[in-house]
Ligand binder design. Structure first.
Ligand code: ZN
Length: 430
């Protein structure tokens, strides 16, 4: 369902509204956000120098580190009194990234998420179970308010306690599940062994986020739940979820372009790339008040397309993430994104969607081991078949990444499962 009139805008209408809003935001950031004004002054750019939407490339970037430097509230452009909510994301290193929202920001955010939820199939008829962790993380509350905004009833169960997830899914007749893809799959795996039967569940849609959804994972989720699974994207610096999401065509995530202006840059040269080229996603927030963020480097690798979508929306689409610039591994001098391994594994029916990449240093050489699970126990009886599958996976990985690897085929359900984002990489070097 198309939730708002903006989603039906033509490309010209979209670009007009983006330009009107961008002009205002540049002046606003220059006047109210001291760290950004300083960046503009250093680059000798004034708001008047931006004369068209395309001139945006002249503006300086903002990076995650700017938030850390300004911890806690230096990135706020409004007085504390105007702030209605504060979230923070825990960095693995250093100080958390702190973000704030005005009343208007919270309203816009639930509107953005409402559209994404509707794109993924949710309506006011639905009952949505939120299995994201509540707290300072923006995922749970973001989806919570967005789904309430479209009139769905929301079950804020939070992450973990899989027994209770299954009980509520069945007894509350949940129709929409919100979770990370890996947790949604884990709940499904536990269904049978906990004595539940698929026919007792009413699930129709899964709205997943927090990590990329691979096609292999989607197929497995949709088969197990007999429901449509779509993924959505966002991060706390950009409000949270609600930046973009897949419609039921499942061919890329539509960006809420009246709120977010998207560019793709080469992360090395910082040059803006053309439509269709792969690079780092840079987002300019066109409506945010508490933190008017311009040209924020997300660290996520993707590409954009303006091709029309069969769903009738004209908002451009971003491809599922190809990894994050900071997730990139360097193995024997070769750059590797975990998603490349995922792609290589996608065509093997003998194995499931879970995998783990292990890197060790043996005699000063990087050794990569890929652990995957067999889809069932049948193959375990045939040594010849196991060796064949191993060899084929090894060859496929070499052709996709240029790297040699050791393949370990494990019994079904032997890799670790996660209630939040999966940790697919174990790097034992250093
Ligand atoms: Zn679409």
């Amino acid at each position: 369902m198309i939730w708002s009139k903006e989603e039906k805008y033509t490309r010209t209408e979209i670009e007009n509204i983006q330009w009107e809003r961008l002009k205002k935001q540049i002046h606003y950031a220059y006047e109210s956000l001291a760290p950004y004004r300083k960046k503009m002054e250093e680059q000798k750019i004034r708001p008047e120098d931006i004369k068209t939407l395309k001139d945006i490339h002249k503006l300086p970037f903002v990076v995650k580190d700017d938030f850390r430097k300004e911890y806690p509230f230096g990135m706020f452009a409004v007085p504390r009194k105007a702030v209605r909510r504060i979230h923070a994301s825990s960095g693995t290193t250093g100080k958390p990234t702190v973000v704030g929202y005005t009343k208007e920001d919270l309203k816009n955010w639930s509107e953005q998420v409402a559209r994404i939820a509707a794109m993924g199939g949710a309506t006011e008829e639905d009952t949505a179970q939120i299995a994201f962790g509540y707290g300072m993380f923006t995922g749970a509350l973001g989806l919570h308010y967005g789904l309430e905004h479209i009139g769905a009833d929301v079950i804020p169960v939070s992450s973990g306690n899989t027994e209770k997830q299954l009980l509520f899914l069945r007894d509350f007749e949940t129709t929409v599940l919100v979770a990370t893809p890996s947790y949604a799959l884990y709940i499904a795996e536990r269904m049978e062994e906990n004595g539940y039967q698929k026919k007792d569940f009413r699930l129709r849609f899964g709205l997943v986020g927090g990590e990329a959804l691979s096609e292999k994972m989607r197929v497995e989720l949709e088969e197990r739940w007999e429901a449509d699974f779509t993924q959505n994207y966002g991060m706390s610096e950009l409000n949270g979820p609600g930046v973009s999401g897949e419609c039921l065509m499942k061919n890329g995530m539509h960006i809420n372009e009246d709120h977010f202006y998207a560019e793709i840059i080469d992360p090395e040269t910082l040059e803006v790339l053309d439509e269709g080229e792969e690079g780092e996603l840079v987002i300019t927030c066109l409506t945010k008040e508490a933190i008017p963020l311009l040209r924020y480097r997300t660290g996520d690798i993707t590409r954009l397309t303006k091709e029309p979508c069969d769903c009738g929306r004209n908002f451009l689409r971003m491809a599922p993430l190809h990894g994050r610039t900071d997730d990139m591994l360097v193995i024997r001098g070769v750059n590797l994104f975990p998603s490349q391994i995922e792609t290589a594994l996608e065509n093997f029916d003998e194995i499931g969607a879970h995998y783990e990449i292990e890197v060790r240093r043996v005699n000063h050489l990087d050794v990569m081991t890929i652990k995957v699970e067999l889809i069932d126990f049948k193959l375990l009886d045939s040594f010849g078949e196991l060796e064949r599958v191993k060899k084929e996976i090894k060859q496929k990985i070499r052709s996709v990444t240029g790297l040699d690897s050791q393949i370990r085929l494990l019994a079904p359900r032997s890799l670790e499962r996660f209630e939040g984002k999966a940790r697919r990489v174990k790097d034992f070097r250093e």
